[in-house]
Design a protein around this ligand. Structure first.
Ligand code: PXL
Length: 269
């Protein structure tokens, strides 16, 4: 049976992040991709030119259309922009009983554009995190969700405890922003124990959409019915390949390479 994944996220006209990254990733991992748009961003690799959110009603209407016919095997959320869109999203997830829910708590684009209004963080914690199978913050997002600075390994673990304490089933704090020059190491807490996902750090400016791509890969794997740990391991390999096999597209922060993981797999066959 064909597995289906739904992304609830914003559009990146440049094609490297947002629903474009999600759908490319779903496709590469053999999962049928569906999308509910939350906002349109006008952007390229040099930056965000504009952000045009949709109404919560428009988001609900898309989710109803998908839910009434297509029952996703996994759902991921990316840019949600407002408290109203978060509430609509949470309501639909509950109404349709969707499982394998990956919450990527997207907040700010690289250049500083707001992808989630500050006052919407509360709604994310209250309405959405309790529905999450896994939450995938980077360091600044983990700090914003918990309201605490993260400086040490112990702080990271505390943040995982806090996020699971908010009702999420598990938490994975990504290492991309942690200042380690040798490796990028993610911390995964499944509610009982911690594991690390470690990859070599690649010195590149072409990292636009890494978070979206990673969480989309996680959702695609969960849609296939594998464990959270196995899904996280595959997602790590997917993003590692996508960063290493750079495409050099655009004059600024270019996209990752969504083909790279499968190209490597084929080469190794
Ligand atoms: O990477 C976060 C992100 C998510 N969604 C959209 C984006 C970005 C970053 O620019 O544009 C639509």
């Amino acid at each position: 049976m064909t597995k289906k994944a739904l992304t609830i996220a914003g559009s990146d006209s440049g094609g490297g992040a947002g629903i474009q990254a999600d759908l490319k990733t779903f496709q590469e991992l053999g999962v049928y991709g569906m999308s509910a748009l939350t906002a349109v961003t006008a952007q390229n690799t040099l930056g965000v030119h504009g952000v045009y959110p949709l109404s919560a009603e428009a988001v609900t209407s898309q989710l109803e259309a998908v839910g009434e016919d297509l029952s996703p095997d996994a759902v991921k959320t990316g840019m949600l922009f407002s408290a109203d869109i978060i509430k609509s999203t949470a309501e639909s997830i509950r109404k349709f009983g969707w499982t394998n829910v990956v919450i990527d708590p997207v907040m700010i684009a690289k250049g500083g554009s707001t992808l989630l209004q500050k006052e919407a963080i509360k709604a994310m914690v209250k309405d959405l995190l309790p529905l999450a199978s896994i939450v995938t913050p980077n360091l600044p997002e983990a700090e914003a969700l918990t309201g605490k600075e993260i400086r040490s390994e112990a702080d990271k673990k505390e943040a995982c405890f806090a996020i699971v304490g908010m009702g999420a089933a598990s938490c994975l704090i990504k290492g991309g922003h942690d200042g380690d020059e040798e490796q990028s190491s993610d911390l995964f807490y499944d509610g009982e124990s911690f594991t690390r996902l470690t990859g070599k750090r690649i010195n590149t400016k072409h990292t636009h959409g890494t978070g979206c791509t990673f969480s989309a890969a996680l959702a695609a794997e969960l849609a296939k019915g594998v464990s959270l740990q196995a899904a996280a391991d595959t997602a790590k390999q997917f993003i590692q390949a996508a960063i290493e096999e750079t495409l050099e597209i655009g004059a600024g922060h270019g996209p990752t390479n969504h083909w790279a993981y499968q190209q490597r797999n084929r080469a190794n066959d």
